[in-house]
Design a protein around this ligand. Structure first.
Ligand code: N01
Length: 548
């Protein structure tokens, strides 16, 4: 068994950042990564058209001014291959690979209450022991595979967008089915439409989407961003979502329709996700939201020639941005092509896969390749994949049987020294997730630094703090429209999953203040101990809660 200070699970953006930061503090770190290479979701989501829908300069690490200056993004919204190149560049530049075990899936982690250490076991039987176990496993990394009857009889390839094969997938001249119209389905549709003989998009819920307004990054723009990068980062940190957009101080309902039109037009043409902040109450008030939704519906309609298709592709049954909208590059216009059709699976549900394709209640759709763009078991899927065993043999699955509970989204009572990056209860997917990731890792690193200085070995959230935080998360979201519809924010994406609102909707700035206050109060809501609670050592002082 190898002993280290911190075992980090996952070598995506979060795992690499944790490794960089902890190693700089002098910690020994072992990163375990199930995949054969770096990148996490950016390693796996290699589907045609995959790109980030947060602007490149904001969806990048902020910890190194040198890195910021030397990396040259080529497009406003980077493609998946470019992001993967960036991640690999970071790993090489900071010499991080040597601390990562690839193709190593954690199957179990158990906390030794007497010794105050985690023992992590991998699929192949190898083990590591660490004082801290830091989970950097992502929020959208466990795929949801509907598994229709007859799937094994289908003669062609079935692929999930989130585990896109590493072998070349030739879709040219093929009949292709895409099931799902979230961000992944919407991104790949216009790209696949250009090469497939025929593309059928199976839609259950029509989704809102704002044009990406993607463009190459010109040298002048690159120079300007780099000359003012600190200010840009500051603005992102102080914006509600971490994307840099500041909400309009005005209510949509204070403005006349004539006044709203140019505001929405400008947001539509350039802002992407920023559209949701065109007025401050778009996500707070249904009548305000209706004004935005009506505008977007009209804009969507203008892109689609056929009136029947226009009606089907126009979102009607949920408020704009109450579930995650998309940022697209030609999704709706793709349906004007003669080789693209829409199958409405609410009208005619999928019954089964057959050797020749997909049979719905209405007809057989003959296809050569089926692509699931059906999303993920969000927030908790990857945290609950392995057995994580805390005090008294309690597993995280048992603890979260009715839904996840955390203190501040980073820690769980009965699971000492388990640290979660962007866990349920943190802004995570309601924010620029990379900014939130860095923010939490810096906070957790400072906590570990304090523990070192004060000779503390164990940190544990209190149950009371967990309950208070979950109550606060629930209270905050009540002020928004997020609860007005089913979504992966509230567990509706997986049948039988507890219906709990998981991300924190109070914004990254508010969350940062809460984290800072918690630290200033001596890590309120946590118990810090100089030895493990059940340490048998006679020399050890009695376990106690230590004020800072
Ligand atoms: O997944 P989703 P996604 N039969 O869950 C449908 C991030 N992301 O992979 O809405 C038929 O959003 C489902 O229908 P419904 C981003 O955060 C980022 O697209 O449940 N349909 C929905 O249409 C995003 O939000 C980028 O009725 C079924 C779709 O599948 C998140 O990942 C790019 C079905 C799933 O949509 C997830 O996006 C891509 C079934 N049995 C993704 N089951 C960036 O650019 C599900 N659906 C950074």
């Amino acid at each position: 068994m190898t002993d280290v200070d911190v075992i980090v699970i996952g070598a995506g953006f979060a795992g690499l950042r944790a490794l960089y930061t902890l190693r700089n503090m002098g910690k020994t770190v072992q990163v375990l990564e199930a995949s054969p290479d770096l990148g996490g979701v950016w390693y796996h989501n290699g589907y045609p058209g995959a790109r980030c829908d947060v602007e490149s300069y904001d969806y990048s690490y902020s910890f190194s001014p040198e890195l910021e200056q030397e990396w040259r993004w080529t497009e406003r919204y980077a493609t998946q291959p470019e992001i993967l190149r960036y991640i690999n560049h970071v790993a090489d530049r900071f010499d991080l690979r040597q601390h990562i075990q690839f193709s190593t899936r954690m199957t179990r982690a158990a906390y030794d209450e007497a010794g105050g250490r985690w023992t992590v076991s991998a699929e192949d039987g190898r083990q590591w022991s660490g004082q801290f176990l830091m989970m950097c496993v992502g929020q959208l990394s466990t795929t949801k595979q509907p598994g229709y009857p007859g799937q094994e009889t289908f003669q062609g390839e079935v692929i999930h967008s989130g585990v896109w094969p590493k072998h070349p997938v030739d879709l040219a001249g093929k009949r292709v089915a895409i099931i799902g119209t979230g961000s992944s389905g919407m991104q790949m549709t216009p790209v696949i439409a250009k090469e497939a003989a025929h593309l059928t998009v199976f839609q259950r819920t029509a989704n809102y989407s704002i044009p990406a307004a993607n463009a190459p990054v010109l040298d002048e723009e690159d120079r300007q961003v780099k000359a003012n990068y600190r200010a840009r980062r500051e603005q992102a940190l102080n914006s509600p979502t971490g994307l840099g957009f500041m909400p309009n101080k005005k209510s949509a309902l204070e403005a006349t329709p004539e006044e709203r039109e140019p505001v929405y037009e400008a947001a539509w043409n350039r802002l992407g996700f920023g559209f949701a902040l065109a007025y401050y109450d778009i996500l707070l008030s249904k009548p305000a939201n209706d004004t935005a939704a009506d505008f977007i519906r009209r804009k969507i309609g203008e892109q689609i020639n056929d009136p029947v298709l226009r009606d089907k592709l126009t979102p009607k049954n949920h408020a704009f941005a109450a579930r995650r909208p998309s940022v697209d590059s030609g999704y709706f216009k793709a349906f004007n092509r003669p080789n693209v059709s829409l199958a409405d699976v609410r009208e005619a549900p999928i019954v089964e896969f057959v050797p020749e394709g997909i049979r719905t209640t209405e007809k057989l759709h003959p296809v050569d390749v089926i692509i699931y763009a059906t999303g993920f078991d969000a927030f908790t899927g990857s945290l609950l994949k392995a057995d994580i065993v805390g005090r008294r043999g309690l597993t995280l699955k048992q603890k979260w049987a009715d839904g996840p509970v955390t203190q501040l989204g980073v820690a769980v009572a009965d699971f000492p020294n388990l640290l979660i990056v962007c866990g349920p209860g943190s802004p995570s997917l309601l924010s620029n997730v990379l900014l939130s990731t860095e923010q939490q890792i810096d906070w957790l690193a400072a906590l570990i630094g304090k523990m070192d200085r004060d000779h503390l070995l164990e940190i544990e959230a209190t149950e009371q703090a967990e309950q208070d935080w979950v109550a606060h998360v629930n209270e905050r979201v009540k002020a928004t429209l997020y609860l007005s519809t089913d979504s992966y924010y509230n567990g509706a994406e997986v049948a039988g999953k507890p219906r709990v609102f998981m991300p924190y909707s109070g914004g990254v700035r508010g969350y940062r203040r809460i984290l800072a206050q918690c630290a200033a109060d001596g890590y309120s809501g946590f118990v810090l101990r100089p030895v493990a609670l059940n340490s048998p050592s006679p020399a050890a002082p009695a376990a106690q809660a230590l004020p800072a």
